[in-house]
Design a protein around this ligand. Structure first.
Ligand code: INI
Length: 159
């Protein structure tokens, strides 16, 4: 890397005082509950108090975006964490649901003043989803929880 000094916004992974809202989709519940466990363990490990975490369960991934919008409007949270699982093998309208949730959450993330983090698994089959929900390839819930804390602290530094 070139050695030129610039001012860098340094984030941190301290979750102390961070208020987090989680939107959890119930569809493919076994997988999404496992994502939730991963997220909660990581938030705890990073110092977030359970008193500062709220959870909104919704029927499916399609309902995630609207719920995020309500939570953002309440102005009570420092970040919104979305968790869900859309599995191709189980739905002919996989692409419709994926595009809706990725586009919806993506737009909110780009436009809102707080981080809105995308933790919706989109996989071809249940096995892939289970692997990413703690069985083999880590737990996406934990990954996005860490991303939320990093982004909260980065936004605070930039502001
Ligand atoms: N919702 C999901 O979260 N994952 C899926 O795999 C899924 N499938 O398979 O259809 C799914 N559908 C439900 C959808 O998200 C809405 O809840 C429903 O259409 C009502 O608006």
């Amino acid at each position: 890397m070139m050695n030129i000094n610039v001012t860098e916004f340094e984030s941190s992974l301290s979750g102390k005082g961070c208020r987090i809202a989680i939107v959890l989709s119930r569809f493919n519940e076994m997988i999404t509950e496992s994502l939730l466990s991963g997220a909660l363990s990581k938030l705890k490990a990073l110092g977030v108090s359970p008193n500062d975490i709220v959870l909104a369960r919704v029927p499916g991934a399609f309902e995630i975006t609207g719920t995020c919008r309500q939570l953002i409007a309440s102005k009570k949270y420092d970040a919104i964490l979305t968790l869900g699982a859309v599995i191709r093998g189980e739905t002919p309208h996989f692409d419709v649901v994926v595009n809706a949730v990725a586009g919806g959450v993506g737009e909110l993330a780009a436009k809102s003043d707080i981080p809105v983090i995308f933790g919706v698994l989109t996989t071809d089959n249940v096995e892939q989803a289970m692997n990413r929900a703690g069985l083999k390839s880590g737990n996406k819930g934990a990954d996005v929880a860490e991303a939320a804390i990093e982004m909260i602290n980065l936004y605070k530094k930039i502001k």
